[in-house]
Design a protein around this ligand. Structure first.
Ligand SMILES: *Cc1c(COP(=O)(O)O)cnc(C)c1O
Length: 373
């Protein structure tokens, strides 16, 4: 039996190979490798898919967050509320603009920022909240937007893992002031390299982000602010244009994989399975279970036993951000759920093309590995 990877991008490539290769060759033949039709068309198509009026492409999800913070004029002396249990970019970009990330605990069921704990983190320096739709599951945007409105805070959605996810009848990324997306290859809509996008309904914010990502220049060689160079390559844009129409089908296939996991793993004791909260439609970037004994060594042993059976599972994330050396001096609110999650989570293989036979192999291995763990 061959090993089961956490994600198999080559498998997906075979299903769209002709379309992708034609698109790439067209860009190469055009002689236009930066900007141009592929980039502007993809920005419009992506914004329309999300339900926002504007899309501004950039080099990565990290740059998307940075551009959002800069456009909202967040900087030194400001505080931005972020969950502690997330990928580092969510807080790193806050630090990069000179502001201070304030870490708030997560809801243990959705892994997203806990609205009940949000309010206690707000001070007169707070400027924004960055909810993260972690593992593809939307944060509770009704509660978050209500708190933000009451306290006059901006909301930047970190949608890096949740392209296509819905909160109520809206796609994530169209609810807060700005949505930030990543096209890193393992995200739900992945490029063949790095890429990112910001979405917004505010034309002024869109314009500011466009200026900042182009060396602070509203016109070529005229610089009005300190910017950066952050581009989505024409080649990546052309590939993403091919892939976007497939996204809903791939997300639906992920849902089928998740439903099969739920049915197969329900009878196994000792595991907590991921749930979809009322009002949320997740896009299953990860299928993250918990070994709910609050013991990292035990969880790591399970991971090793699965590896012995050629199944590669992942720990996203082994440390919360307030536990990272780089944030050792950060302010501490109590973050028990963020810490507990780092000891319990295990992400099983998850991608649209994962087969039922492979999932059965994973289920058998899990069942056997849990004996005398
Ligand atoms: C991937 C990711 C990012 C950063 O995206 P890049 O394109 O890798 O820079 C930001 N936030 C979260 C939650 C992510 O998963």
């Amino acid at each position: 039996m061959s090993s089961i990877p956490p994600i198999d991008l080559a498998r997906q490539y075979t299903t769209i190979r002709n379309e992708v290769e034609t698109a790439v060759i067209d860009v190469m033949a055009s002689g236009r490798y930066i900007g141009g039709e592929a980039v502007t068309a993809f920005e419009a198509e992506f914004a329309s898919y999300i339900g926002s009026t504007a899309g501004v492409s950039c080099n990565s999800g990290t740059d998307a967050l940075y551009l959002a913070l800069r456009a909202l004029a967040i900087g030194a002396g400001d505080e931005v509320i972020v969950p502690s249990f997330t990928f580092v970019a969510t807080a790193e970009t806050v630090s990069a603009v000179g502001a201070t990330p304030i870490f708030v605990d997560i809801d243990p069921v959705t892994f997203a920022i806990d609205p009940d704990r949000l309010k206690t983190a707000i001070t007169n320096r707070t400027k924004a909240i960055i909810p993260v739709h972690l593992f593809g599951h939307p944060a509770n945007m009704d509660r978050i937007m209500a708190i933000a409105r009451n306290h006059n805070l901006k909301v930047i959605e970190d949608c890096a893992q949740a392209t296509g996810a819905m909160w109520g009848d809206r796609r994530v990324g169209s609810i807060g002031e700005i949505g930030c997306f990543s096209f890193f290859p393992t995200k739900n809509l992945g490029a063949f390299g790095d890429g990112g996008m910001v979405t917004t309904d505010d034309p002024d914010l869109a314009q500011q982000m466009r200026v900042i990502k182009e060396h602070g220049s509203p016109r070529r060689y005229h610089h009005t602010k300190i910017g950066i160079n952050s581009r989505l390559d024409a080649m990546q844009a052309a590939i993403l244009r091919v892939k976007l129409p497939w996204l809903d089908r791939w997300n639906a296939a992920r849902s089928d994989v998740a439903a099969r996991y739920a049915a197969m793993l329900a009878p196994i004791t000792g595991l907590v399975l991921p749930q979809e909260a009322p009002g949320a439609r997740t896009v299953w970037n990860q299928y993250t279970i918990r070994v709910d004994r609050n013991d990292a060594a035990l969880r790591d042993r399970l991971r090793e036993r699965l590896l012995d059976r050629d199944i590669i599972s992942m720990v996203y994330y082994p440390l919360s951000l307030h536990q990272q050396p780089v944030y050792a001096a950060a302010n501490r609110l109590p973050l028990p759920e963020s810490e507990r999650a780092t000891r319990e989570v295990l992400s099983l293989p998850m991608f649209p093309e994962l087969t039922e036979a492979e999932q059965e192999q994973i289920m058998d291995a899990l069942k056997d590995s849990l004996v005398d763990l």
